[in-house]
Ligand binder design. Structure first.
Ligand code: PEP
Ligand code: MG
Length: 580
């Protein structure tokens, strides 16, 4: 085959597959076109090493605007200069979006490139949390975003000081803060953000978006890369959680009416025995490179875990017979994500070394609420007293039986609920890496005994609203902060407008650990201002609000350098959940 026909053959195949996928009714499959293009680009680069490949070279801090960006194009960008991504086609399952999130790069999707023409080669502000792109900003908008960036930088720098520290409450109770990762390349970023281990390595990502399963060698490399990057820190490798919302075409799993209650995770292993044993071989071999643990998803019965253990014995024997280096005994754990398991922890403790609560699935199964169904999303709430009682049951029973318990669902990164997770007595929480420094910083403010009291009170509640009310009284769980403190007093502040003053003072409440939700708090203050605007023209003004987005009732005071346009000097602002 001539060189040009090799290239043509690759391109023709890309077009054929892309056309097929684009016509699919499934948004997920449509998004895979990008992955096909990515692989084709890599194939062409390997087939024509002498042909220069067009690369995106960033020379200054930039926001990258693209129709789409493949994971490898994203990884080839200088991440220190990539300040944000604006993509047209990336959906929530896009691997590029997952990677960008893991590296803490603000990303917006669903905006067409043609709508961004005005943004080319000019100053652009991107606020992913608020979903805003500002082009041709006027002075007021520039001032807002410049201050927002300054506040965000201050916050990141402040939290970075905790990245290198151990997760610990202020009274010295250790809680390991680990990272959730989906591919080897995320590990490096996770450890630089302070991950004390990997609490969940979602290996199914290795099996997705391809025509056949990864080989043993390929998996071995992926697992050992992470274990080497970890330098001895523990890595929990979860065996493939395929099925449910994670389909794999080449396995030809039947379509199901109720995929979340159907044929997924450990339930498919007996049918795909070779696939499972290949994964176990790769894990046991890679375990020689560091501290590996294995975790099995969707375990529901003792029989299932005994079957898995039998497979591990068979695979270890095979490796010994073949004379292949491997670790024969590896710590084994299960995901606690099916409610039935919560009542059998004593029995499971005889079979496994540890547990990790999958709060995403546990919430959906315990409350019978589909985690992906907008119609019932209002009912999906891990603050439900029933969920908290389940947590207490699992942790207390595991501890009584000498086993440790982690939590690796989204709940782990929810700052508002952290005192409850500490109070429950969890030994580890695992989350997406950018949340790690903030979680460690917050942990350092909490008192474990007070958190336990708070947790017991929350478990005794009748309703979610009652749990929220218990949480509002947060001073039970952390170092109390006084209503008025010098950390909230500013002399000769340079705010020119009421908007600037509110933004700066609320931003400071976030920096001083008085709120975890500064934008919601700012909205609450403006909502109050809309109903009852603070009068201007007096010596001082008191915009105030009652808000669930404040952790400690607070008064902030700013003495201004010069009068606000048409108004006040000095300014005083109160924000509070409840004034004492
Ligand atoms: C969970 O269910 O909480 C979990 C961590 O697993 P996944 O989100 O991959 O189902
Ligand atoms: Mg799960």
């Amino acid at each position: 085959m001539s060189e040009s026909s090799t290239a043509n053959a690759i391109l023709a195949e890309v077009e054929r597959l892309s056309a097929q996928l684009s016509q699919s009714a499934s948004a997920y499959l449509q998004e895979r076109v990008l992955d096909i293009r990515d692989v084709a680009g890599q194939l062409l680069a390997a087939a024509y090493p002498d042909v220069p490949v067009a690369r995106f070279e960033l020379t200054e801090p930039s926001i990258v605007i693209a129709e789409d960006l493949t994971p490898s194009q994203f990884l080839s960008l200088d991440r220190s200069l990539t300040k944000g991504l604006i993509l047209t086609h990336a959906g929530k399952t896009s691997h590029t979006v997952i990677l960008a999130r893991a590296f803490g790069i603000p990303t917006l999707s669903g905006i067409s490139v043609s709508d961004c023409e005005a943004a080319l080669a000019t100053k652009v502000y991107l606020h992913a949390e608020l979903g805003i792109v500002a082009v041709n900003a006027n002075t007021g908008v520039e001032i807002y975003f410049d201050r927002a960036m300054q506040l965000a930088d201050n916050r990141i720098n402040q939290q970075k000081r905790f990245a290198g520290k151990q997760g610990m409450t202020r009274d010295g109770k250790r809680i390991e803060v680990a990272a959730n990762i989906a591919c080897a390349v995320e590990a490096e970023g996770a450890f630089s953000q302070g991950a004390e281990g990997v609490g969940l390595f979602r290996t199914e990502m290795l099996f997705m978006d391809r025509a056949s399963a990864p080989t043993e060698e390929e998996q071995f490399r992926a697992y050992s890369d992470v274990l080497k990057a970890a330098e001895g820190k523990p890595i929990i490798i979860r065996t493939m959680d395929i099925g449910g919302d994670k389909p794999i075409d080449y396995l030809n799993l039947p379509a199901e009416q109720n995929p979340f209650l159907g044929y997924r995770a450990v339930r498919i292993y007996p049918q795909f025995l070779n696939l499972f044993r290949t994964q176990l071989r790769a894990i046991l071999r890679a375990a020689c490179c560091g501290h590996a643990r294995v975790m099995v998803p969707m375990i529901q019965s003792i029989e299932e875990i005994r079957w898995v253990k039998e497979q591990m014995r068979i695979v270890a024997n095979e490796l010994s017979t073949d004379g292949v280096d491997h670790v024969a005994h590896i710590e084994l754990g299960i995901m606690v994500e099916i409610p039935a398991v919560a009542f059998m922890i004593d029995q499971f403790s005889k079979e496994v070394d540890f547990f990790s609560i999958g709060s995403n699935d546990m919430t959906q199964y315990l409350l019978a609420v589909d985690r992906d169904n907008d119609q019932v999303s209002g009912l999906y709430n891990s603050m439900a007293p029933s969920f908290l009682r389940m947590l207490r049951q699992v942790v207390d029973t595991a501890h009584a039986n000498g086993r440790w318990v982690g939590l690796c669902g989204e709940l782990g990164a929810d700052a508002r609920l952290l005192p409850l997770l500490v109070g429950a007595g969890l030994d580890e929480v695992s989350m997406s890496a950018p949340n790690i420094p903030a979680t460690k910083a917050l942990l350092a403010e909490l008192d474990s005994q007070a958190c336990r009291t708070l947790f017991e009170a929350a478990c005794d509640c009748a309703t979610i609203a009652d749990v929220k009310a218990v949480l509002d009284n947060r001073e039970q769980g952390e170092e109390g902060k006084s209503l008025l403190d010098t950390e909230c007093v500013f002399k000769r502040a340079n705010y020119r407008t009421k908007e600037e003053a509110i933004q700066a003072l609320v931003g400071n409440l976030a920096l001083t650990g008085r709120t975890d939700a500064e934008f919601l708090l700012e909205e609450d203050i403006w909502a109050r201002e809309a109903v009852f605007s603070t009068g201007l023209g007096f010596g001082f003004a008191i915009p105030h609000t009652k808000s669930e987005n404040i952790r400690h009732s607070s008064i902030s005071i700013a003495q201004l350098e010069s009068r606000l346009t048409g108004s006040l000097n000095p300014a005083m602002w109160i924000s509070s959940s409840c004034l004492p």
